[in-house]
Design a protein around this ligand. Structure first.
Ligand code: NDP
Length: 257
């Protein structure tokens, strides 16, 4: 019996891009709240290292790992079919995997534009659609898309990323419009600047680093731990009447100019 509505015992969660960075931390947070995990990444070796570490931490029975390319429709279909048919039904999907490519729009090659849009936006549609096809007949399930402050704000040199993350905010609403009535909850979490591999070069740039600390009302970079509570809450019964929202976890960055 669940003692709090935040308890995720008995739920199975797939976190895309959980071989490292934010996804890995979010997977750890869901497991700490009781969930079983399907870890995911592209690089099979890196994924296996994370799998081994998680199996040791939470027990081998509560952790599986499946590698597939989130930008490829067939690869997504096979990956989700394998999880649902061989490992067990999914209750929670976190669409987290993503990439960034820093080039001004005038110099941005269409191949790089397409790669970013496909990894950061189309992937959430592909994985979300495949998972929703199974969750909808069961009339329950949670999808959480990982956006960014760029879901609401723009900065130079990350045009494709900004377009993708803005699109993800509206995809969250579109999924809600079609699926909420059938019991599937879709929301998004939009992190501010979080220190991970993706942002290491920015952390190492003294000018950018000091700009972030000044531009963020909380006065600091975010940490992966800052994202954990909000994602645990959205994944749990405690958020049962929250639908179609993008929740900014950004130290106040999008609240002030
Ligand atoms: P990382 O670069 O640390 O990790 C990215 C993850 O995505 C890896 O697990 C990687 O797998 C996986 N991935 C990338 N492309 C593919 C693909 N084609 N198929 C399968 N898996 C793929 O990123 P972060 O942890 O920093 O970011 C995670 C999410 O959070 C992203 O959506 C990002 O936009 C968002 N975000 C990050 C912020 C930050 O400051 N770091 C701020 C706001 C949002 P592999 O290891 O195999 O390459």
């Amino acid at each position: 019996m669940k003692t709090t509505p935040f308890d995720l015992t008995g739920r199975r969660a797939l976190v895309t891009g959980s071989s490292r960075g934010i996804g890995q931390a979010l997977a750890g947070g869901l497991a700490a709240a009781g969930a079983s995990l399907v870890l995911h990444g592209f690089d099979a070796e890196r994924l296996e290292r994370t799998h081994e570490a998680f199996a040791e931490r939470f027990g081998p029975d509560r952790v599986d790992a499946v590698a597939f390319d989130i930008t490829d429709e067939d690869s997504v279909a096979q990956g989700i079919a394998h999880i649902e048919e061989d490992l067990g039904e999914l209750d929670i999907l976190i669409n987290n995997a993503g990439i960034q490519h820093r080039v001004p729009l005038l110099d941005l090659a269409v191949e790089d534009w397409n790669r970013v849009i496909s990894t950061d936006l189309t992937s959430a549609f592909l994985v979300g659609r495949e998972v929703a096809r199974r969750m909808l007949p069961r009339a329950r399930g949670k999808i959480i898309n990982i956006g960014s402050v760029q879901s609401d704000l723009a900065r130079p040199t990350i045009g494709a990323y900004t377009a993708a993350k803005g699109g993800l905010r509206n995809l969250t609403r579109a999924m809600t419009a079609e699926w909420a009535g059938a019991g599937l909850q879709v929301n998004a979490v939009a992190p501010g600047y979080i220190h991970t591999e993706m942002t290491q070069a920015l952390v190492d740039d003294p000018e950018f680093n000091s700009w972030i600390c000044k531009r963020t009302p909380a006065g600091r970079w975010g940490t992966v731990q800052d994202l954990m509570g909000p994602v645990q809450w959205l994944a749990s019964d405690a958020s049962a009447y929250v639908n179609g929202q993008t929740i900014f976890i950004d130290g106040g960055m999008t609240a002030v100019v």
